[in-house]
Design a protein around this ligand. Structure first.
Ligand code: IPE
Ligand code: IPE
Ligand code: MG
Length: 250
């Protein structure tokens, strides 16, 4: 146990290193609002948001959280102005190149979830290259959701199930919840224990809608570019006070 002093209510709180979320998921929201507040273009918010990603990865390594999934670009984000989309895709590409050595040094395995084939080829190439170079790493699994939508993922799972039935690799009478889980992009991962959303919106915005059935939610007003280790500790302390019942009786 580590005692953390909470400046907000002047109380000391316990941060239990033995009961951390094993899979942490984050909807990184509020880059635009952060920039607007400061009188900057939205692109500055995204650039600063990339620094917050580095901070949260470092915190997961410090706490030995084994899986982190971050929502970077949704299937609905294509509705944004072309200029913003182009900036974001270029930013992803440059961050992947710049951080490659760091990720390898820290023994981080990178995995991408989403409809990756719809992304520009240079970005897709860098994604494949990074996944390939980190596939044997095992300290932290970092899942990056790009061109990701929970509904698209379920549609893709249905199509992959149909294909398996067609090829006689799956018996139509044997379809159950595990069949669906096993055909999602996250087939090899446990469901998230804790989902953090920054910037205050209390909605799921099409993120991991199947996997979060029993995930604990934490919404903070902090805008993503400002999110730091202190904010993560606050979310985890709250998570540790929850009673997870999964519909049962405690
Ligand atoms: C999150 O910040 C980043 C992405 C969705 C790509 P936003 O860009 O959504 O920021 P707000 O919600 O406009 O403040
Ligand atoms: C969710 O944020 C998507 C990502 C963080 C990538 P949005 O900003 O797109 O969500 P809405 O539009 O507020 O629901
Ligand atoms: Mg937003």
């Amino acid at each position: 146990m580590i005692v953390i002093s909470n400046c907000k209510n002047n109380k000391n709180e316990l941060f239990d290193m033995s009961s951390l979320p094993q899979h942490l998921a984050i909807i990184m929201d509020g880059n635009g609002r952060w920039a607007k507040k400061k009188g900057f273009p939205r692109s500055m918010g995204h650039k600063e948001g990339a620094k917050a990603v580095k901070r949260v990865i470092a915190s997961c390594l410090d706490f030995n959280i084994p899986i982190l999934t971050i929502f970077a670009f949704s299937t609905e984000n294509w509705k944004r102005p072309k200029k913003e989309i182009a900036y974001l895709l270029k930013l992803f590409e440059s961050v992947l190149v710049k951080e490659k050595a760091n990720l390898i040094r820290n023994n981080i395995k990178i995995n991408f979830i989403g409809r990756l084939t719809d992304l520009p080829t240079p970005l897709n190439d860098k994604i494949n290259e990074l996944c390939e170079s980190t596939k044997k790493n095992n300290r932290l699994i970092l899942n990056i959701a790009v061109n990701y939508g929970g509904r698209a993922e379920i549609v893709d799972a249905i199509n992959s199930i149909i294909l398996k039935i067609d090829k006689k690799n799956l018996n139509i009478d044997k379809i159950n919840e595990d069949t669906v889980s096993d055909n999602l992009y996250t087939y090899n991962l446990p469901d998230p224990d804790l989902l953090i959303r920054t910037a205050g919106e209390m909605r799921i915005s099409n993120f991991m809608i199947w996997q979060t059935a029993y995930t604990e939610f934490w919404v903070t007003p902090v805008l993503w570019p400002d999110f730091d280790k202190k904010n993560l500790i606050e979310a985890i302390i709250n998570f540790q006070k929850r009673v997870r019942k999964y519909g049962g009786k405690i």
